[in-house]
Ligand binder design. Structure first.
Ligand code: AMP
Length: 381
């Protein structure tokens, strides 16, 4: 790294409200890589996308990220006016060892998502080494994740990227048994690939969240007005049959927190059978206890998707109870999928008890589905 300019693809796609970063986890997660390059005498040139801008606009500027980085690293990290171009090129050339520069939002150029060759060449210009630490963007074949990597003979994954692959790879490659998946979230359709890929590798699936109601309905259990994917009922039946054939436990909730609708928490009640006018919005206390009992003795647990509509405190108890119990389990590798699951349990006082909290959303799911991630393939690792 010494004396080299290192293009580092980061995932600084952080939530920003009124110009302030509300959750800096993704920035903090990549500091190890940045500090390493600095310590080795290199100059990190950091790049990332932020949001889905249709055109260049201040709302999608990485300025708050530059400020956060400067505070975390203890020196000023300037923000270049663009990710390519002459002015930015001159700022890159002027970098001295131990200095860092942040490039402006990659998605201000549509060529980024189009994996445009010329744009990738522009991004690579003036840099000697490429490091990809953006696990959260590794499932996209974009110019900064795929195209640009091929232009460097020296390329590598960053420490965050490696930690993610190690943790998720642990789950998909012969995990120590008993191995359990906790799956929840809004839709069965998002998790089909994960269930199919992990069915042969795990012993137990604990199903909660809205997706449980599609499985319950497929089993003939009344689900009232709960969210159901009618077009996935047949597939749900097939998945449950496949699980049974493999001798895999496929556990659905036996009680529920229901309400007339998500915005009427005052109507919330715990029931074993869902009345016709109610919808299931969280797993019930008996189900939470059942899930927790099944976790004891597990050696591997992968969790993707909240077990209820956790954004509303009235429907968060199931997710939090199971989360706290899992965080307290000893002798288990507990891996929390990113996105909503990390939002639900990643910032609780007990969350340090998990082995790994993924920073990926879609990338985590695709990795668990056994799919090849273009950002990884481009690194040849
Ligand atoms: P996903 O992105 O698929 O992991 O889904 C996460 C979303 O599912 C969160 O916004 C949860 O509030 C929502 N969710 C979880 N359980 C339920 C439920 N029983 N009914 C409606 N939404 C739910």
């Amino acid at each position: 790294m010494a004396g080299k300019r290192v293009l580092v693809r980061c995932d600084f796609n952080v939530p920003i409200h009124n110009g302030r970063i509300t959750d800096p986890t993704r920035i903090e997660a990549t500091l190890e890589t940045i500090r390493y390059i600095l310590k080795e005498g290199g100059s990190p040139v950091l790049c990332s996308h932020l949001g889905r801008p249709k055109e260049r606009s201040p709302e999608f500027s990485l300025k708050p990220v530059a400020e956060q980085l400067s505070a975390a690293l203890g020196f000023k990290v300037p923000l270049a006016p663009d990710c390519i171009g002459d002015v930015t090129g001159r700022m890159v050339s002027a970098l001295k060892p131990g200095e860092a520069l942040l490039l402006e939002n990659l998605r201000f150029h549509p060529e980024e998502e189009a994996n445009d060759r010329d744009f990738a060449h522009e991004l690579a210009r003036g840099k000697d080494v490429y490091v990809n630490d953006a696990f959260g963007a590794a499932h996209r074949a974009h110019a900064s994740t795929a195209g640009v990597a091929q232009l460097f003979s020296e390329r590598a994954g960053g420490f965050l990227m490696m930690r993610e692959i190690e943790a998720l790879g642990f789950v998909v490659n012969s995990p120590p048994r008993p191995a359990i998946a906790i799956l929840g979230g809004a839709k069965v359709s998002d998790k089909i690939g994960v269930i199919k890929h992990l069915l042969l590798k795990l012993d137990t699936f604990l199903i909660g969240g809205a997706m449980a109601y599609t499985f319950l309905k497929a089993r003939g259990t009344p689900v009232g007005r709960s969210r159901v994917e009618e077009d996935k009922l047949e597939l749900a039946r097939e998945l449950m049959e496949a699980a049974q054939k493999q001798g895999v436990n496929f556990v659905l909730p036996s009680d529920h927190v229901v309400a007339e609708s998500p915005d009427k928490p005052e109507t919330a009640a715990v029931v074993s059978e869902i009345p016709a006018n109610m919808m299931g919005l969280d797993i019930g206390p008996r189900t939470a206890e059942d899930f927790i009992a099944r976790l004891s003795g597990a050696k591997t647990v992968i969790w993707n998707g909240p077990l209820g509509l956790f954004e509303n405190a009235a429907f968060a108890a199931g997710t939090l109870k199971v989360g706290e119990a899992l965080a307290g389990c000893t002798g288990v590798k507990s891996i929390i999928g990113g996105g909503d699951t990390a939002a639900a349990v990643g910032h609780q006082p007990w969350s340090h008890g998990f082995t790994h909290i993924s920073t990926g959303g879609g990338a985590t799911l695709e990795y668990l589905e056994g799919r090849e991630l273009p950002g990884l393939k481009a690194l040849d690792c």
